[in-house]
Design a binder for this molecule. Structure first.
Ligand code: PGA
Length: 266
C-alpha cells in the first residue's frame, strides 16, 4: 500500500487524552460505517512516547489493522547513555509500525542533522519500521526559488549510507515533504507546487536507488493539511499521502480529512 495519511501529534495529549481520542475516533468509524481497510490508503497516528502504550492498547482493542502506530523519533543504538532518546528495541515492544525522522522542528530546535537523520533511518530500516524521513525548505529558501536544490540535498544527505538492499521492494521507506513555512501556519503549499516538488523528490530517489524503489516510496505532503485541502492534494500524481499535525488532534477533524482523501487508483 503506497498511500498513507499519518497524524503527528507532536507534544500533545496525555495517555488519558489519547484513550479519549481513540474512543471517539472508533465511534466515528462505526457510526458512519466507513471502512478504511477497503480504501486505497492506510491511516496512522504518532502520539508522544508516553502515550504509545495507551494508543497501542486502544488500537489492539478496537481498530486492529485499521490504524498504524508511529513514534516521533528513534535512536540508532539499542541502549546506552543517551538521556532523552528511545531505542528501536523499546519501540518494538509497543507494536510501532512507522517512525517520523528529522521533522523540521527537530532539525530547527533540537540539533537534528542530516547525519543523525541517516543513522536513525538506517536503524529504522534494520528494525522493520517504516521511516518517514522529513525534508523541506524555509520560507526564505522558498522565496529565493531554492526549493528544488534544498530538498535534493536534504534527500541525498539524509539517506547517505543507505543502499537499495536496505530498502525492501515492498516500499519500506517514506518521505515527507514539509515546507517549513506551511507547518502550523494554515498556509499549505498549492497542490500544483507540492506536486512539482514531489516529482523532483521521486526523480532524486530514482537516481540514488532505482526507479522501482522511487515508484514504491510514498512521498507524503505535510504542512497545514486539513479536510478542506486534502482532496486536491491527494489527487496529485506524486502526492501519496499526508503528514498531518494540527488537524489530527481532534477525532472529527481527522476523520473528515480521511473521508475527503481521494487518491488515484494506480
Ligand atoms: P500541521 O503540521 O499540519 O499542523 O501544519 C504538520 C507537521 O508538522 O507534520
Amino acid at each position: 500500500m503506497r498511500n498513507l495519511i499519518l497524524g503527528n501529534w507532536k507534544m500533545n495529549k496525555s495517555s488519558e487524552e489519547t484513550r479519549a481520542f481513540f474512543s471517539e475516533f472508533k465511534d466515528l468509524f462505526s457510526n458512519s460505517k466507513v471502512s478504511f481497510t477497503k480504501s486505497n490508503f492506510k491511516i496512522g497516528l504518532a502520539p508522544s512516547f508516553t502515550s504509545l502504550e495507551s494508543a497501542k492498547n486502544e488500537i489492539n482493542r478496537n481498530l486492529k489493522n485499521q490504524v498504524l502506530l508511529g513514534s516521533q523519533n528513534i535512536h540508532w543504538l539499542e541502549s546506552g547513555a543517551h538521556t532523552g532518546e528511545i531505542s528501536p528495541q523499546m519501540l518494538k515492544g509497543l507494536d510501532v509500525n512507522f517512525t517520523i525522522i528529522g521533522h523540521s522542528e527537530r532539525r530547527q530546535f533540537y540539533g537534528e542533522t542530516n547525519e543523525t537523520v541517516s543513522l536513525r533511518t538506517k536503524a529504522a530500516l534494520e528494525n522493520n519500521f517504516l521511516p518517514v524521513v522529513c525534508i523541506g525548505e524555509t520560507e526564505e529558501e522558498y522565496k529565493a526559488g531554492k526549493t528544488a536544490d534544498i530538498v535534493s540535498t536534504q534527500i541525498e544527505k539524509s539517506l547517505a549510507g543507505i543502499t537499495s538492499s536496505d530498502i525492501s521492494s515492498g516500499g519500506s521507506l517514506a518521505i515527507a515533504y514539509e515546507p517549513i513555512w506551511a507547518i502550523g501556519t494554515g498556509l499549505a503549499a498549492s497542490p500544483q507546487d507540492a506536486q512539482k516538488t514531489h516529482a523532483i523528490i521521486r526523480e532524486k530517489l530514482s537516481t540514488i536507488f532505482s526507479s522501482e524503489i522511487a515508484n514504491n516510496t510514498p512521498i507524503l505532503y505535510g504542512g497545514s493539511v486539513k479536510a478542506g485541502n486534502i482532496e486536491e492534494l491527494s489527487s496529485q500524481k506524486d502526492i501519496n499521502g499526508a503528514l498531518v499535525g494540527g488537524a489530527s488532534l481532534n477525532p472529527k477533524d481527522f476523520f473528515d480529512l480521511i473521508n475527503n482523501a481521494k487518491f488515484p487508483d494506480s
